[in-house]
Design a protein around this ligand. Structure first.
Ligand code: HEC
Length: 305
């Protein structure tokens, strides 16, 4: 009996210990700041993200209607939540800690900052500090522009990236960029990731034999890798730099997978012939059975006579 009680006490102690355990945030993570300013539009997107990803556990902010878990998820408006630095919130969302899931692969870094902007709207004392070290700090995503052009002599695709910085349009330098060609299924990475130079320029070697459409057009997608710093900047451009390739549409000619009107002729003939042979055989068997039956009848007459 005593053993049983001791065991229970131990369990309680252990769970207390677990729930009381500090969630340690590495110093360099704790000082991280959002690269963009929190405003009504980030809060609005953040609220939607919160409702789909967090509300089921953390409840309605300020209502203390959190789900019953050990350790309990703190209310968003609580002191426990709000004493976290922006970087600590970001870190905890990226990492997760059971039973809270990691949002690393669920939310982009930009979206995590948007959720944090929503979380901060329940703290009257909060004053945001923006990360000014990041190249395009504070700029909204729409301000970053990507231009894509073809440099014929070098067989290269050139990307030029600019954005608003300190109220001026300036080249975005030192940013990682990627170029993709749109294919039937997904996107094909062209060359490898490059970093923009001081003029915000990056060059990509374009393969000589990449198939385009019937006129050689290839749809290109240019992207900046660091979504957290530049937003979801992206540019779609169509250039006539592929090898003209004629791909008949799946339903254009007579083909196996088509409807009767467009079936290949040989298939129609082979099918009809096979059906006729099979039915012919069935009728032949039936006729033979009839012949046997008749022969039987005749035999009967002969014996009764
Ligand atoms: C499955 C339930 C669940 C979901 C979903 C969830 N959380 Fe949590 N969250 C928890 C629990 C439980 C804790 C306490 C974890 C701990 O202290 O070990 C927690 C802790 C936290 C903390 C740390 C608070 C502190 O102690 O400093 C933050 C910040 C947080 N959650 C934010 C969020 C946000 C934002 C979302 C949505 C993107 C979210 N959580 C989704 C259950 C959840």
């Amino acid at each position: 009996m005593i053993k049983k009680y001791l065991f229970l006490v131990l369990i309680v102690l252990i769970s207390f210990h677990l729930s009381a355990q500090e969630w340690v945030v590495p110093a360099e993570e704790g000082v991280k700041l959002s690269p963009f300013a929190f405003n009504d539009s980030t809060r609005k997107v953040g609220a939607d993200l919160y409702n789909t990803n967090c509300k089921s556990c953390h409840g309605d902010p300020g209502k203390n209607n959190v789900i019953n878990l050990v350790p309990p998820p703190p209310d968003v408006a609580s002191v426990k939540m709000q004493t976290n630095s922006d970087g600590a919130l970001h870190f905890k969302l990226v990492q997760g800690r059971a039973p809270m899931p990691s949002f690393k692969n669920i939310l982009s870094s930009t979206d995590i900052w948007r959720v944090i902007s929503f979380v901060r709207s329940f703290n009257d004392k909060y004053v945001q500090v923006i990360d000014t070290k990041k190249g395009m700090a504070g700029t909204a995503a729409s301000n970053v522009k990507i231009q894509v052009a073809w440099v014929k002599e070098q067989n290269q695709v050139q990307m030029v990236i600019s954005g608003m910085k300190e109220n001026k349009i300036q080249p975005v330098s030192g940013a990682e960029v990627k170029l993709f060609a749109k294919r039937y299924f997904g996107n094909l990475l062209i060359d490898e990731a490059r970093n923009t130079d001081a003029q915000g320029k990056a060059l990509f070697n374009f393969p000589k034999d990449l198939p385009g459409d019937s006129a050689g057009f290839v749809q290109l997608i240019a992207k900046l890798s660091d979504e957290a710093a530049y937003g979801e900047a992206k540019a779609d451009t169509t250039l006539a730099i592929g090898v003209p390739t004629y791909r008949p549409p799946l339903n254009e000619q007579r083909a196996m997978w088509n409807v009767v009107q467009k079936t290949p002729i040989w298939l129609l003939l082979a099918y009809t012939f096979t059906v006729l042979v099979v039915w012919g055989f069935i009728f032949y068997v039936l006729l033979q059975i009839r012949a046997i039956y008749k022969a039987g009848l005749r035999k009967d007459h002969e014996t009764t006579d």
